[in-house]
Design a protein around this ligand. Structure first.
Ligand code: NAD
Length: 327
């Protein structure tokens, strides 16, 4: 078994690859993996082992057809994490989001078809549904993305579906809620707040902090991706939720406590343009069909993440961009 993982040097992709190489997925203990990653500001080669006999690292772009057609033969499956992923950046400069997320995904799907790759998992996001005041989205909910990031992810998500419907490509799509974990770039809400609080600095809280997100530990997301890879059905979408709903204000209060910081370190800033108020997923389908259930209790998982950032200042101090607040 040989997998190609795009975006495997980023936050979630690297968690997936590290677990795979550590033998964490049953039946895949001997699987080899090729990581294809452009190493943008968000990618970090140090997130993966420097050397491992089952890992090959290729620095490259998912928009590069020639590279993909050369690389893909010999791979049994592709897990597609690569994307531009920060909502604030998509508001400031959406063009790279359309290029990587839409064109890159279409280029990859076409290359998979051309080279006969048998199985593909496309990693989408709950943000494609828009915002929901009450209740929770099922997979049948219409897509109504609000940010350029979410719109570009909706485009790639629908392209994946179209390759299943039109060409019979065996591709499944996951739509997950907000992830938290180690190795997340400090532009995103939790690592941004943790790293600033640990340095004794203030944190910028958007608006009144009432925005609600559903937080899932990255290891639970990766386990769901693995179950979709091995047992998901072609052309089907799987919501990956079951995390913990919290307002940004509640997250901030928890982080203040875990970092030993004071309430005076919170500074309210003008709300993000078009900020989605609430995300919530109905994940009945993946629970019933694939036996998925998240394992990491939120407060325990979050404490572990704070400990990781506290113990690894070299990792996050090397990341230049530590401004902005994420979804
Ligand atoms: P990330 O920004 O940490 O990592 C993205 C990776 O993709 C980086 O290593 C980057 O170098 C690479 N990349 C970017 N452009 C590329 C290109 N053109 N060619 C090859 N590689 C490229 O993102 P993440 O948080 O790990 O998210 C991974 C995937 O999961 C994304 O598709 C994202 O939309 C999705 N997702 C993320 C979350 C979340 O909470 N972070 C939730 C749901 C879904």
């Amino acid at each position: 078994m040989r997998l190609l993982v795009t975006g495997g040097a980023g936050f979630i992709g690297s968690a997936y690859v590290r677990t795979l190489l550590a033998g964490g997925y049953a039946g895949y203990e001997d699987a080899s993996v090729t990581v294809l990653d452009k190493l943008t500001y968000a990618g970090n080669r140090g997130n993966l082992p420097e050397r491992h006999d089952r890992l090959e690292f290729v620095r490259g772009d998912v928009c590069d057809t020639d590279l993909l057609r050369q690389l893909l033969p010999g791979h049994d499956a592709v897990v597609h994490f690569a994307a531009e992923s920060h909502v604030d950046r998509s508001i400031a400069d959406p063009s790279v989001f359309v290029r990587t997320n839409v064109v890159g995904t279409q280029t990859l799907l076409e290359a998979c078809l051309h080279t006969g790759v048998e199985r593909v998992v496309h990693i989408s996001t709950d943000e494609v549904y828009g915002s929901i005041a009450s209740g929770a989205w099922t997979e049948e909910w219409p897509l109504a993305p609000n940010s350029p990031y979410a719109a570009s992810k909706a485009g790639s998500d629908l392209l994946a579906r179209s390759y299943a419907r039109t060409h019979g490509l065996d591709v499944s799509i996951t739509r997950c809620s907000n992830n938290y974990g180690s190795h997340q770039h400090p532009e995103k809400l939790i690592p941004l707040f943790v790293t600033r609080l640990l340095r004794g600095e203030t944190v910028p809280l958007y608006g009144d902090g009432s925005h609600v997100r559903e937080w899932l530990h990255v290891s639970d997301h990766c386990a769901a991706v693995q179950s979709v890879l091995t047992r998901g059905r072609a052309g089907e979408v799987y919501n990956v939720g079951g995390g913990t709903e919290r307002t940004n204000r509640q997250i901030t209060d928890l982080l203040l406590r875990l970092c030993g910081a004071s309430p005076g370190q919170v500074r309210h800033v003008t709300d993000r343009k078009g900020h989605d108020l609430r995300y919530a997923l109905d994940d009945t389908k993946i629970r019933q069909e694939l036996g998925y259930a998240p394992r990491v209790p939120f407060e325990e998982g979050l404490a572990g993440v704070v400990d990781w950032y506290r113990a690894n200042p070299d990792w996050w101090q090397a990341s230049a961009a530590d401004r902005g607040v994420a979804a």
